[in-house]
Design a protein around this ligand. Structure first.
Ligand code: GDP
Length: 304
């Protein structure tokens, strides 16, 4: 995902190697290269601005500490600032003290929510939880069926509206808010420790859909609302994330399709713009293509 950005930054740092002292011009030249590399990777402009101005300020004031030469010092600063825009410390899921922990998924259609629901359920099951998947995406004809397939693969039960009334190509009937509530009740009765509610998305931001998601949020009072975003979405990432933040006030972010070869700037913009942590990453279509997101590991990967 970040191959190109990674190469560009490595190249930039190579030019600093062996310099005994960095002049202001050296630093400005480096910052210019970093800015270009980030913009070319589709990182949002305000994020690039904050990032580069922090680096400039710190690099100019940097003490040359014993072990590091000036070039290494700049790499260290860039690394630390990269970790910071990626959210700083990794954050894990907050679990409910009593009753099932409710995790709601929101995001545009095609972002990878349903796939992620299965992966998250699988991940939690491996940790000893007993998740229930709830199919509250009644927008897409195939969504319920797809969640059932995903659930089966993960070995996790799925709560869905009564089957039989819909054809494959027809929208499942029912009210998603009611389905979500019933799913939660089912989880309480059957003592599931976690409920993962998959919600509908559309291709673009849509008021009706956003208010449906907000209604589901109100009805099930989730412990976590995860905004699922395709890392290949490019410059649209910020608008989309901002709209979902206003619409459903998500508590964490999941980046999907990090296995793609697009420029990946979305990944570097969303946490900084929304102030919400990236918690998981999806790196493929298989159940195992899933990771807990660690800002420091991602930064090292980019600067490798
Ligand atoms: P939803 O509409 O948000 O529920 O999205 P889906 O879960 O249906 O995913 C949309 C498409 O993206 C499907 O074809 C998935 O197989 C694919 N997909 C989901 N996550 C990933 C990922 O991390 N990497 C890749 N390469 N494909 C993914």
């Amino acid at each position: 995902m970040f191959a190109n950005l990674s190469d560009r930054l490595t190249e930039t740092f190579r030019n600093l190697r062996g310099k005994g002292r960095l002049t202001e011009a050296d630093i400005d030249g480096t910052i210019r290269e970093i800015r270009r590399a980030l913009l070319d990777a589709d990182v949002a402009v305000p994020v690039v601005r904050t990032f580069t101005s922090n680096i400039r300020e710190r690099a100019l004031g940097a003490e040359v500490s014993g072990a590091l030469n000036p070039g290494q010092q700049v790499v260290k600063i860039v690394n630390e600032e990269l970790v910071a825009i990626l959210g700083g410390e990794a954050r894990t899921l907050r679990f409910a003290k009593t009753g099932p922990t409710v995790i709601m998924l929101a995001g545009l259609q095609g972002a990878g929510k349903t796939t992620l629901a299965g992966k998250l359920a699988h991940h939690l099951k491996q940790q000893g939880h007993t998740p229930l998947l709830v199919a509250a995406d009644l927008q897409r004809p195939n969504a319920v069926t797809q969640l059932r397939v995903v659930g089966e693969r993960a070995g996790v039960p799925v709560f869905a509206p009564e089957p039989g009334v819909t054809r494959e190509d027809e929208r499942p009937r029912g009210n998603p808010v009611k389905v979500a509530k019933k799913g939660l009740k089912e989880a309480e009765q059957r003592q599931h420790s976690v409920v993962i509610v998959d919600t509908a998305g559309r291709l673009g931001i849509d008021q009706e859909l956003m208010s449906q998601a907000a209604d589901i949020r109100k009805a099930v009072e989730p412990d976590e609302v995860l905004f699922v975003i395709d890392a290949m979405i490019g410059q649209d990432a910020v608008t989309t994330a901002t709209a979902f933040q206003q619409g459903v006030d998500f508590t964490g972010v999941v980046l999907t399709k990090l296995d793609g070869d697009a420029r990946g700037g979305a990944a570097l913009s969303v946490a900084e713009v929304t102030g919400r942590p990236i918690m998981f990453a999806s790196t493929g279509e298989k159940l195992e293509d899933f990771e807990v997101f660690h800002p420091d590991r991602m930064a090292s990967r980019i600067l490798d």
